[in-house]
Design a protein around this ligand. Structure first.
Ligand code: C5P
Length: 243
């Protein structure tokens, strides 16, 4: 059993995959979701699909029994982010994310806003976008090495009351060491076979490698959405996670 099991998942329920629903419209999304089983995965809606479909699709997926990660990466003044997180909590969203670079007051306000929700969503911080290069950090006035900046923002997220961060699976091991066993690490860039087709991802890990490095949840898009048998992929990752 993975020693990094968190309170959020009991041994019987260890289903680490969050399927990224990177579809452009409701029809394609619902056609794909019909092939999934909420007992085997969580799902994620991002900016494109949410902007296209709004709250109704999100609520319909929650009503179908799926745990929903609303990946809208909030970044605004504390009151605005806190109110947005509260609306997400009231909708029954399971996980929501916000930029840790929005600062301590913004994150504390968000944590306080959802603290008394009937089902408190997991609040997840975005540290440094994995698309950013060192030179782009310098452009916005950040001279620290990327890894240092990621760790600084992850520690700030933790001490501001967030439940975890999104990070590259390659950053998971040092973050796990620094932040302890309970902090949620959500990692994209997962491929079933690292020698195969990586699509546009550059730095990738297999599910087994990412879990061993300390990932709590694995965000997987195309390896599931474009699989001939998505359920078989989910069952295989769950088998690995529980072995
Ligand atoms: O298809 P694939 O597995 O590459 O999809 C990964 C998902 O995770 C996409 O929704 C992508 O936007 C998201 N993501 C990512 N890298 C990050 C943050 C989010 O790939 N650093």
């Amino acid at each position: 059993m993975n020693p990094l099991m968190t309170d959020f998942q009991t041994p019987a329920q260890r289903t680490p995959v969050i399927v990224a629903l990177d579809f452009a419209n409701e029809k394609d999304t619902l056609a794909f979701v019909r092939t999934l089983d909420p007992a085997l995965c969580q799902i994620k809606i991002g900016k494109e699909l949410f902007t296209a479909t709004g709250r109704s699709l999100a609520e319909s997926l929650i009503n179908q029994g799926f745990k929903l990660f609303l990946d809208l990466k909030y970044h605004d003044i504390p009151n605005t982010v806190a109110q947005a997180c509260k609306v997400a909590a009231d909708m029954g969203v399971w996980m929501v994310d916000l930029h840790a670079s929005g600062g301590r007051r913004m994150m504390e306000a968000a944590a306080e806003a959802v603290a008394n929700s009937a089902a408190k969503p997991l609040l997840i911080g975005v540290t440094v976008l994995t698309s950013m290069e060192q030179s782009e950090l310098a452009d916005i006035g950040i001279q620290s090495p990327i890894e240092e900046q990621v760790l600084r923002l992850a520690k700030l997220a933790q001490s501001s009351g967030l439940d975890g961060v999104v990070c590259s699976a390659l950053e998971a091991a040092p973050l796990r060491r620094e932040l302890g066993g309970e902090f949620v690490l959500v990692t994209p860039g997962i491929r079933l076979d690292t020698a195969g087709n990586n699509d546009d991802q550059r730095r990738i890990m297999t599910p087994a490698e990412a879990l061993a490095a300390g990932s709590t949840y694995l965000v997987m898009g195309r390896p599931v959405t474009q699989a001939a048998d998505p359920i078989a992929v989910l069952r295989e990752v769950n088998r690995v996670a529980n072995s």
